[in-house]
Design a protein around this ligand. Structure first.
Ligand SMILES: [Zn+2]
Length: 452
């Protein structure tokens, strides 16, 4: 008990590593919680479909930024290229021309992926759609460069090459895992809860041991076993092929990113079809738009010292204990915080510790500050899935006030309210005393005068 209390007090003094659980190749993302618009670019890295959404959101940004002109506006005059035909000033359309058949931009030497370029092309004004392909590449790349840094681009290129090498050389052990077939993947009770899609139905299969932390069973045990085997199989392949595995982030050095081995489609199906519906009911405020990006990885914990308190780079985090025999490794929680209050103290009532049980899923907000206790014995593997919404993050940029899910916002609001009440009471008190003293200092009415 005493060591636990000591740990807790240490935690509350520590500053929270915001975004420190970022993939290392993703250095720019360390600032992403402070600068949410950067994250919109981040979504491009993880899976293909979000690229589309990200590009669309960038277009929204472009039209809002500056003086509402893009690639030729007053604030950023276009660079004239003597060799290329002059491109007139223009503004991207607010909505894409979905009938337009974009060019393909598969050339590996291009800075941006084909999907981003062809998605953006649909937003060009009609008179520019007739440009030849090379001119469009120049034009579209120039627009995109305003929003994505060179470092970011080279990181993405490295990641693309890394994944291409794996996809063309690695032979999966369990192909059935790479697509979600609900009856194979999920327990019957879970499937029924999804079908019912009511809060009551979800709560029937879940418990909420602490406000905002949900635990439940979802996956069939053999699926989780196979997932561990697939990860081991991949590691064996990497060892034999002398292939350097990129760790999932800068705090978990032992683990793999599931999208790297081709499991992105599975994760996409998992997020869209199963996690998002649950979150719409349990974390409704973050579900204003779909989760358009995710980062899923398997982390293995041998004997380790645990992980410091941090926030996940997610709106909602799904943490699945894949199993094996272990002791320790509990996840501890230290209050939900908005950007402004990341490093504020933990209130005693915000401290909670949740043990991992093989097969159990833990679901919580990414902004719920959390850390991990040391695994004191054995071996533990967890699949962690960060679900993100650039729509929600974008909205947060414009909504910097009070968040009812942030423990500190709520506390300050209560404090302000009680300060207001105290001040108001003091003023009323003073007024009352003043009135009493005025009353008592009034000359007494001479009763005899009445009689005259
Ligand atoms: Zn706050």
């Amino acid at each position: 008990m005493s060591s636990d209390t000591q740990d807790m007090s240490t935690d509350s003094d520590e500053t929270v590593g915001v975004g420190d659980s970022q993939p290392p190749e993703n250095a720019a993302a360390a600032t992403e919680i402070q600068d949410m618009t950067v994250d919109i670019d981040e979504t491009v890295g993880d899976s293909q479909p979000p690229e589309n959404a990200a590009a669309a959101t960038e277009i929204q940004d472009m039209t809002v930024d500056g003086d509402e002109t893009v690639g030729g506006g007053d604030s950023q005059p276009p660079e004239k290229n003597a060799a290329a035909p002059e491109i007139p000033e223009f503004r991207l359309n607010l909505t894409p021309d979905i009938e337009h058949l974009s060019d393909t931009y598969d050339d590996p030497q291009l800075e941006f992926s084909s999907l981003v370029l062809s998605s953006l092309e649909k937003y060009l004004p009609a008179n520019l759609l007739t440009l030849n392909r090379d001119e469009k590449v120049k034009l579209l790349s120039k627009i995109l460069r305003k929003y994505i840094s060179r470092d970011e681009l080279s990181r993405k290129k490295r990641l693309r090459n890394y994944r291409a090498k794996i996809i063309s050389n690695y032979e999966p052990r369990w192909r059935g895992l790479y697509d979600i077939h609900p009856t194979f993947y999920f327990l019957r009770d879970f499937r029924e809860a999804i079908r019912e899609h009511t809060e009551e139905g979800y709560r029937r299969i879940m418990s909420e041991p602490f406000p905002g932390v949900f635990v439940f069973q979802m996956f069939r045990p053999d699926v989780l076993e196979r997932l561990i085997q697939e990860v081991d199989h991949f590691k064996d392949w990497a060892k034999e092929s002398k292939f350097q595995i990129m760790p999932p982030n800068n705090i978990n050095s032992h683990g793999i990113v599931l999208a790297d081995i081709g499991m992105d489609t599975m994760l996409q199906q998992l997020v869209e079809g199963f996690i998002f519906p649950i979150c719409r009911v349990l974390f409704n405020d973050v579900c204003i738009g779909k989760f358009n990006s995710h980062h899923g990885f398997v982390v293995e914990y041998g004997m380790d010292a645990g992980f410091d308190i941090h926030m996940d780079d997610s709106e909602v985090t799904v943490n699945v204990c894949l199993g094996e025999q272990f002791e320790g490794g509990e996840t501890y929680f230290r209050g939900v915080r908005c950007v402004k209050h990341v490093n504020t103290e933990t209130l005693p009532e915000e401290m909670f510790e949740c043990p991992h049980i093989a097969g159990q899923v833990m679901l919580h907000r990414g902004r719920h500050r959390n850390g991990s206790r040391a695994t004191t014995m054995g071996y533990r593997a967890n699949m962690i899935l960060w679900c993100r919404s650039s729509f929600y993050r974008e909205q947060q940029n414009y909504d910097k006030g009070y968040f009812d899910w942030c423990g500190q916002c709520v506390k300050e609001d209560k404090d302000n309210e009680s300060t207001f009440v105290k001040c108001y009471t003091r003023i009323l008190d003073a007024k009352r005393k003043e009135m009493i003293s005025l009353e008592s200092s009034k000359p007494k009415v001479d009763e005899t005068q009445h009689n005259t």
